[in-house]
Design a protein around this ligand. Structure first.
Ligand SMILES: *[C@@H]1O[C@H](CO)[C@@H](O)[C@H](O)[C@H]1NC(C)=O
Ligand SMILES: *[C@@H]1O[C@H](CO)[C@@H](O)[C@H](O)[C@H]1NC(C)=O
Length: 570
């Protein structure tokens, strides 16, 4: 994942839950009235297909130790990526070749029975061809690359040792996301070991630059898939991400399974200024750096963004679930404010109550991240540039943000006689603003401010449907998820021996995953590493690790999803 996931849950407490017991909840789950909040899909039991039970992964000691070795071996290959690796034949990609050799040795059945293709040299595409060509295939994604290490001596165990302490697997990529990639391949290997022959085609697509730009891997994989299968051709797409699996409550635990069903958009606004130079001893009142500072100062103070929580936002549904199933663990006013339907008031109340991670699910963020200018203390700066990163909230568009920036920057530029140019062709800037900004009869041509975006602006992702009544795919996906996570006690809670109640509800992500390239392929895109919060740690930083139990639970989900969709006739 490109950024740390916000944790939506309020702090877990040990208070007993005053929620309906499991029986009542199950009753409520099946009672779909029109105005019901947080409707849940019926549980979907694993099919009677003669294959062993998913619980085998968690309970079989031999399997566990083999899985620890598989994941450790994958962590040991340092598939780090930097932003400067833009050619698949860059020698820095050599570890990826080793990584793929490791996969071939470790998963012989996958490599002999699936069709294995390389896309743009290192993108990996596995096709498990099903016999039923009318059934839409399933697409599972992961990425082979990991973020680089800053200082290895900061780590408790060397980052590429793949050290397993009996509980935790330590190392770069252990939880982002070699656990996903190895989990998927292990599950398919396990299916083939039992002579499974798919009816519904399953595709695994593993990019290799998700932590950079994603163009080499997912960018090329997605176009290859679209060319082969067409638009809207996959039953669902499941990638890493999401808010994991979060628990509220003690013994009467309610477990929230939180796939990401949307993502914010993004745009990097680049501002490049050119002004005449000269000797520092005879400066103008404001150098180019001073003007750029005024621009950034104003962007951070004018027309500020606000949180907005409309009922169409997936977090709204997630919060309704918390209010319904964990009322003692949420703000006492939550249910009332959700029902009142004032998107601005609700957004602000939640952002204030839950902090920045939640605020930025609900509002656009703005961060001035880069600035350059000046070469010497006796020469005035001639070229000054700055880049501001925006993560676009669901109710806004990148164009709106550029429009706002131009509104703020325009008068400043004008007061300094700067000609503003931009290359946003889609932007509707008809009328006076555009006229005055581009009016060049007052401005000297050597004083310019050019606005552009670093790469193609990204709209907020389309929201994948999560109503079990109208989306059969979601109903089945959520039903399998409930079955898997209700089948055993939380392995992280040493005291709890009861199987939990599971609520499945979508949410969104503030960061972006490789799925940004996959929108045309399916209406049902789920970004979800099915890992319990508390069972993974330190993604993108020192001491990244994952509990082996959590990795195994994720495999249970992949295994049962493949089986439950295999013969499903919607
Ligand atoms: C495919 O990869 C090439 C580089 O190998 C890159 O230039 C191009 O943008 C990628 N295509 C897509 C659709 O992202
Ligand atoms: C801008 O141009 C006007 C008219 O040419 C001039 O009077 C003014 O001093 C200029 N200001 C700056 C900051 O260059």
């Amino acid at each position: 994942m490109k950024s740390l996931l916000p944790f939506l849950g309020v702090a877990s407490t040990t208070l007993a839950l005053s929620i309906p017991d499991t029986q009542q909840i199950l009753g409520a789950f099946t009672d779909f009235s029109a105005r019901e909040t947080c409707p849940q899909a019926a549980k979907v039991a694993a099919p009677n297909d003669g294959l062993h039970d998913a619980s085998h992964f968690l309970s079989d000691a031999v399997f566990r130790s083999r899985q620890a070795k598989r994941l450790s071996g994958a962590v040991q290959v340092p598939t780090s990526i930097t932003d400067y690796m833009v050619d698949p034949y860059d020698p820095a990609f050599e570890p990826f070749v080793k990584f793929q050799e490791y996969l071939e040795e470790t998963f012989p059945l996958v490599h002999s029975r699936a069709k294995v293709e390389h896309v743009n040299r290192l993108g990996l595409l596995f096709t498990l061809q099903g016999s039923d060509t009318a059934a839409k295939p399933l697409l599972f994604m992961a990425h082979q690359d990991v973020v680089p290490i800053d200082d290895p001596s900061d780590w408790t165990h060397p980052p590429f040792e793949g050290y397993f302490d009996g509980e935790w697997m330590w190392g770069r990529g252990a939880s982002d996301c070699k656990n996903v990639l190895i989990g998927l391949l292990s599950v398919v290997e396990e299916l083939f070991e039992q002579d499974w022959a798919p009816q519904r085609t399953v595709v695994l697509a593993f990019g290799y630059d998700e932590e950079s730009h994603g163009f080499l891997g997912a960018g090329n994989l997605s176009s290859a898939l679209e060319e082969r299968y067409g638009k809207d051709s996959f039953e669902f797409v499941l990638d890493e991400g999401g808010m994991g699996v979060q628990s509220l409550g003690g013994d009467d635990e309610v477990v929230y399974a939180l796939p990401g069903v949307g993502e914010k958009g993004s745009i990097d606004l680049v501002m490049e200024m050119a002004v005449p130079g000269g000797h520092s001893s005879i400066p103008p009142a404001h150098t180019g750096i001073g003007i750029m500072a005024e621009i950034l100062y104003s962007l951070e103070r004018q027309e500020l963004f606000s949180p907005w929580l409309h009922e169409s936002h997936p977090a709204h549904g997630m919060l309704e679930c918390q209010a319904r199933y964990s009322p003692d663990h949420v703000e006492p006013w939550l249910a009332e404010k959700l029902a009142a339907g004032d998107a601005a008031a609700l957004g602000e109340a939640l952002a204030s109550s839950r902090g920045a991670a939640v605020r930025y699910l609900l509002q656009t963020s703005q961060a001035a991240d880069l600035i350059h200018g000046g070469v010497k203390t006796n020469a005035l700066p001639e070229k000054i540039s700055a880049t501001v990163n925006y993560r676009v909230a669901l109710h806004q568009t990148p164009d709106e943000l550029v429009d706002r920036a131009l509104r703020i920057i325009g008068p400043i530029a004008e007061s300094h006689n700067l000609t503003v140019q931009h290359d946003f062709p889609n932007l509707d800037l008809e009328g006076t603003r555009r006229q005055s900004l581009l009016d060049d009869d007052t401005d000297a041509p050597e004083r310019t401010l050019t606005l552009s975006s670093l790469s193609e602006p990204l709209m907020p992702a389309p929201i994948s449907p999560t109503d079990p009544l109208s989306s059969k795919t979601w109903a089945r996906f959520a039903g399998v998820t409930r079955s898997v996570f209700e089948s055993h006690p939380n392995p992280l809670a040493s005291s709890s021996k009861k199987n939990p109640t599971v609520v499945v509800t979508g949410d969104i992500m503030t960061g972006n995953t490789d799925t940004r390239f996959y929108w045309p392929l399916s209406r049902n895109i789920y970004r979800w590493s099915p890992s319990r919060v508390g069972g993974t740690a330190n993604i993108h930083t020192v001491d990244e690790r994952i509990r082996l139990d959590v990795h195994l639970e994720g495999m249970m989900l992949y295994y049962d999803l493949i089986r439950s969709f295999d013969q499903w006739d919607e």
